[in-house]
Design a protein around this ligand. Structure first.
Ligand SMILES: C[S@@+](CC[C@H](N)C(=O)[O-])C[C@H]1O[C@@H](n2cnc3c(N)ncnc32)[C@H](O)[C@@H]1O
Length: 365
């Protein structure tokens, strides 16, 4: 039995007409609320999130079609979970459990065109042990998939029961790549923003179809694409001083189907060809001073960006920024407290970094 006390009561749920799956969403730490909200707004009563203390995991029961989970925008990956009442992973090799495991693998493979999955890997404590080697050999010989420890199409995780009280759980990623690896990203740029983080930033701005949107320092266009995926805009533009980044943004926007929707300017943020007070929503992934820009140049760039953003912001405009330069950003926000009010701050943890998202509103003048 799952551990959670909050397991939905049968009387509050209509009985599912099809199969009910146990799934787990893996989320960027800090974005769990946004990922949960998206699950609920997309799938309504077909999804039943379960409590879990870990900030990067949302277990949930799902009564819908598993393929529909593949285009969630604020979730890093979704796994199908199978519980095994076994004392140790070795027991997965027993006939009954192994048959169940292969069925699980086939469920995921059948969601995608033939040939999508050629390799697999197992993430588990002790995954290099002789027991796991035997499990891998058995899976390989039964499925025809080969092991690739670096970047596999089929990702299995094996862990001590975490949703259930005891036993072990096998989690199988529903997609050959994490969901942040968007199909529209045909051009990769060093320092590009994780698309699930971009999507959550956009959500924070409460997107409206009549928004006039501008993305300062748009780089490869992640925020622009994610904004348009979420909602149309009245007008939408972006700028970057780097022509190569803008070509990358153009390629990505075209791949996403928004080639004609966005006006891109090769400009320094200090020379924006925009009149005062003409934008309702401004977004930017500021240079973090690591892969892009330097801490020294950021000292002048950040105040310039916040001032220019305030100039083009219409009364009541919203702005969302992300940066890893926390101290600098907070100092600049204090200095410009007459221009911007901080509405919300979200701490994100990703890949060993702790960037922070700031939702601002333009002060009435
Ligand atoms: C962190 S990157 C943005 C990455 C982008 N979010 C993406 O996903 O690809 C910051 C961008 O700021 C641009 N930039 C730096 N200084 C600038 C300036 N003064 N004016 C305009 N763009 C600038 C850089 O060229 C870089 O593309």
């Amino acid at each position: 039995m799952p551990k959670q006390k909050s397991r939905p009561q049968p009387k509050t749920q209509p009985a599912p007409t099809g199969p009910r799956y146990l799934c787990e969403a893996e989320v960027v730490t800090g974005l769990k609320d946004y990922a949960t909200a998206e699950l609920l707004s997309r799938f309504g009563s077909s999804v039943h999130p379960q409590d879990k203390a870990k900030p990067e995991e949302i277990p949930f029961y799902f009564d819908g079609s598993l393929s529909d989970l593949g285009d969630l925008t604020k979730t890093a990956a979704v796994y199908l979970v199978q519980h095994y009442p076994i004392p140790r992973p070795q027991a997965l090799l027993g006939h009954q459990h192994f048959t169940q495991l292969i069925k699980l693998i086939n469920t995921v493979r059948s969601m995608h065109p033939a040939g999508t999955f050629r390799t697999f890997r197992i993430a588990a404590a002790g995954s290099q042990s002789s027991v796991f080697q035997r499990i891998k050999d058995e899976i390989a010989s039964t499925t025809g998939l080969t092991v690739n420890e670096d970047e596999a199409d089929l990702m299995l995780r094996v862990r001590k029961a975490d949703i259930y009280r005891d036993g072990w759980e096998v989690l199988l990623r529903l997609t050959p790549r994490p969901l942040a690896a968007r199909a529209w990203r045909v051009c990769n740029m060093e320092g590009a923003l994780n698309a699930t983080i971009a999507s959550a930033m956009i959500e924070m701005t409460d997107p409206r179809p009549d928004d006039r949107v501008f993305n300062l320092m748009c780089g490869s266009g992640t925020l622009l694409v994610e904004r348009l995926r979420r909602a149309p805009a009245d007008v939408i533009g972006g700028c970057d001083s780097d022509a190569i980044a803008l070509r990358c943004a153009t390629d990505n926007l075209v791949a996403a189907g928004y080639g004609k929707a966005v006006d891109l300017f090769e400009m320094d943020i200090a020379d924006l060809p925009l009149p005062d007070a003409c934008i309702d929503m401004i977004c930017a992934d500021l240079p973090w001073g690591q892969l892009v820009g330097s801490h020294e140049s950021n000292l002048t760039l950040y105040p310039k960006a916040l001032r220019e953003a305030a100039r083009i912001a219409a009364p009541g405009a919203r702005a969302v920024f992300i940066t890893h330069e926390i101290r600098l950003m907070e100092r600049v926000l204090r200095d410009y407290a007459d221009l911007w009010t901080v509405q919300q701050e979200v701490k994100v943890f990703q890949g060993g970094l702790h960037p922070r998202i700031y939702l601002l509103s333009k002060q009435a003048t």
